[in-house]
Design a protein. Sequence first.
Lengths: 344, 344
Amino acid sequence: MAVTIYDVARVAGVGIGTVSRVLNQSQSVKSSTREKVLSAIAALNYTPDPIARSMIIKRTDAIGVIVPFFYRPFSVEVLRGVATATTRLGQELVVFNVETNEQRDHYFTRLPMRRRVDGLIIISLAPDDEIAITFAEAGLPAVLVDTYSPLLTSLVINNVEGAYRAVKSLAEKGHRRIGFINGVIEGNFKFNQANDRLIGVHRALADAGIVFDPELMVTAEWSRAGGRQATHQLLNLKEPPTAIFAASDIQALGVLETARQLNLAVPEALSIIGFDGIELSELLELSTMQQPLHLMGELGVTKLMEHLADTKKSPELIRLDTSLLERRTTATLKSASKSASIKI
Amino acid sequence: MAVTIYDVARVAGVGIGTVSRVLNQSQSVKSSTREKVLSAIAALNYTPDPIARSMIIKRTDAIGVIVPFFYRPFSVEVLRGVATATTRLGQELVVFNVETNEQRDHYFTRLPMRRRVDGLIIISLAPDDEIAITFAEAGLPAVLVDTYSPLLTSLVINNVEGAYRAVKSLAEKGHRRIGFINGVIEGNFKFNQANDRLIGVHRALADAGIVFDPELMVTAEWSRAGGRQATHQLLNLKEPPTAIFAASDIQALGVLETARQLNLAVPEALSIIGFDGIELSELLELSTMQQPLHLMGELGVTKLMEHLADTKKSPELIRLDTSLLERRTTATLKSASKSASIKI
DNA sequence: TAAGGTTTTAGAAGCGCTTCCAAAAAATTT
DNA sequence: AAATTTTTTGGAAGCGCTTCTAAAACCTTA
């Protein structure tokens, strides 16, 4: 059925080795021969079978991305960067979406066994050392984005610093009661981020001479619903916060929704700042700490290619910084009212 | 290096054919033999090489998606449905993102040549008949989502009806000056949709006894910027519209932004209705005609699997309906002011 | 023009599997 | 117990390529 290298060889009147040689731009082919082969290829509209090829060269020219909830804005924007890079490099992009811990483990343990992809980008998920070692043994390079492992090249945001600056900006605006909505830690998604951001919050509070009130810190799901629920909890305090820092834009959106629902003026009665800088935040004019999401994706691929080219390259830890984006949801505290007042 | 079927056979003390048979749950293997093989597999932690396997069985257990601008909310939501289905079926998902006509043509012509994927889902892009025939000849089944070809199973939204109902809902609220922002047609992305929606608009206008004013129809890019630009044009008319129907939510967002920028109250001074029902629309409380995006993705995969199972299955045309989602951007026209007034 | 050196070429081997066929083993019948 | 049938098994062939080896073809040079 399909035309093979034998057909091309026959039509061109050469051996299959020669055809293969012109296909792989090997040097030693007489140019007259090359012409013959090329025109046979054109005549037959031949394309080499990538599978048979992979069989020998042990490369697929495909890279895999393991990503939790790929459709979340955060993931989408990183993925976009990844796609930009893979397209430019002529690599195929295989998406392994994970929704459960089982799926994550399945991919972690199964993928390295067999070379369906040449390398892996892992987003927001941290393989433990044992898994990382399996990758190394299997010769499957992996790069982490938005997580960290000492054994793998990792691209991380400086979360401590980001959270620090977010809270500091709020303190500088006169806020003393600052709520912090953090993401859940269990479930194993988004591990360190939550921790690091908490550290940054503590530090900023300390520097501003504000004593940390545990009531003002609530942990919620990384979703709008989580943000909403946490906001209710925060606003029901005897002494509610005048500003809220959410560990992700998605959660900040939930804060915004709740404020709107309660007719609480933003930013007059409540300042809100998020974290991530997803496209959506721009639309809603949400102040946020922006991460270079697209860049992280592209850089992830670049680093992966370096590991592919040099198998014994040692892992790097690359830190990227956030930038403060002050939009319309943060304002100076009106000294008149020290706490949020609900306008009806 | 890697453990092969020969290693397993040796350890189990059987022939490679036997190992292969237990791997492929073939019936005729004595259960005692099966046990031996299974424990050898476990002992060696063996996984068959999917590439070598594909070489013979001519299947990859991967399906490809060709999608323009995969990161657009519309695409993401369809993709999510696709991922749900592929994960459930244990298929891998390869994403071919297209940003230019060249890329589209590249994938259209190159992909069918060689079986890197077993089948194709094509979103919002219409391959012409010649291409569709190539697919068929190559034995590569393809299903279209959000486009149509007579030669391929197609999942389309009833765009005429959707646009009709959108405009009708506006007319029923008393609006007579209804602007319509349509998407561009050239560029070959999103072809019929724009056309069909225009037809629906015409029909609804006619039924409501409103004469069509060509000035009220403007064509713009499928983006927020497009929506913004079109809105400015519309509002600068001597007799501006009191309501705008945008052919996509993304464009409707641009309308919303412009209204906000001009301090034009929505929906009091301007009603807005979009099309698509992306998640974002919910957040902004945008009224819209909702498409079953997730379903389209899932159904696309289901149909593709049917074509995979039965090569000679003939193409189907499946029509899906939109549902009207009235949220906070549409309101009854205050008869007092017949046209939008700009509040300063 | 022959010898020696260099470039180019044909095609066998082999990648790790599935599938097939023929042979071995087991079960059944006589 | 032998003959026959049925089940199970080993391993060769072959999927479409790349790579390697050895031979052919082409250059030099004497």
